[in-house]
Design a protein around this ligand. Structure first.
Ligand SMILES: Nc1ncnc2c1ncn2[C@@H]1O[C@H](COP(=O)(O)OP(=O)(O)OP(=O)(O)O)[C@@H](O)[C@H]1O
Ligand SMILES: [Mg+2]
Length: 245
């Protein structure tokens, strides 16, 4: 069998005396959607920072297609097909929507006209095409989150890391985001989705990984995770029951 797209082993990250991730491990296959959940401060964004090369792990291994990438700079990891969004949206507010997405497209297409075509296609795919020539600052919160996702997608990733792209969205906007993530997966792109909005992640995840205090406390299909006593105690409470298989 071929190596998984992503394999994380023993991932540990310390900030001084604080351990943000401790011995975290999981694998992801091509085209899979993995949900990564846990209480505030559990270490979810820190996992993304390690995967995307923003903060090298203190120890542990990150394999992409079987090759180690831990400690590589963000550009090198992006070039290998990993793209992310940020929990706090980072867009270029004074640029147009199209220009923002071109920044992503230029990772693979150095020629500006080609980057513009790819950016336009990607905006049409994510449903933001009609906003292409508006300044990014004019977008709603939901559209800004979608813009950041579009920019990440325009880099041509095989693995997309989505950090709370559904936070602050209305119920119908969450449903739109769910449909979009499904269509991204249908293109063969694997996704790790960090989310507090359970209605956004439980119905689409193939598998869930749950962190608490930097450690993995559970892993499994959504229906099992939503009734796991450890997960309910640490995070979910009694309120959420995932749809059955
Ligand atoms: N750059 C940093 N320097 C120091 N401590 C940090 C840094 N980044 C994260 N931490 C700490 O690491 C721990 C995990 O943070 P992280 O942002 O990964 O949590 P999270 O699961 O994403 O939480 P949330 O759901 O609130 O986004 C927290 O205690 C946080 O304060
Ligand atoms: Mg976070």
């Amino acid at each position: 069998m071929s190596a998984p797209l992503l394999e994380v082993r023993g991932l540990t990250k310390r900030f001084g005396g604080l351990t943000a991730n401790e011995d975290v491990g999981f694998t992801l296959r091509e085209g899979e959607i993995m949900g990564l959940i846990g209480p505030n401060g559990a270490g979810k964004t820190t996992v993304f920072n390690a995967l995307a090369g923003f903060f090298p792990p203190t120890s542990g291994t990150i394999l992409l297609d079987g090759a180690p990438v831990e400690g590589l700079p963000p550009e090198a990891i992006a070039a290998r097909g990993v793209a992310r969004t940020f929990q706090i949206v980072r867009i270029f507010r004074s640029m147009t929507v199209l220009e923002n997405v071109m920044v992503g497209a230029m990772l693979r297409h150095r020629a500006v006209p080609k980057a513009a075509v790819v950016a336009r296609e990607t905006l049409d795919f994510t449903g933001l095409g009609r906003r292409a020539h508006d300044p990014a600052a004019q977008l709603t919160v939901a559209e800004q989150k979608r813009l950041e996702l579009t920019r990440a997608l325009a880099t041509g990733p095989r693995l997309l890391l989505l950090d709370e792209v559904m936070a602050g969205l209305t119920a119908s906007e969450v449903q739109e985001a769910v449909e979009l993530v499904k269509r991204i997966r249908d293109r063969g792109i694997a996704c790790v989705v960090v989310e507090h909005v359970m209605e956004g992640i439980m119905p689409i995840a193939d598998r869930m990984v749950v962190l608490e205090n930097g450690r993995k406390i559970a892993e499994g299909p959504p229906a099992a995770i939503s009734v796991d006593p450890n997960v309910i105690r640490a995070y979910l409470g009694e309120g959420y029951l995932a749809p059955g298989p």
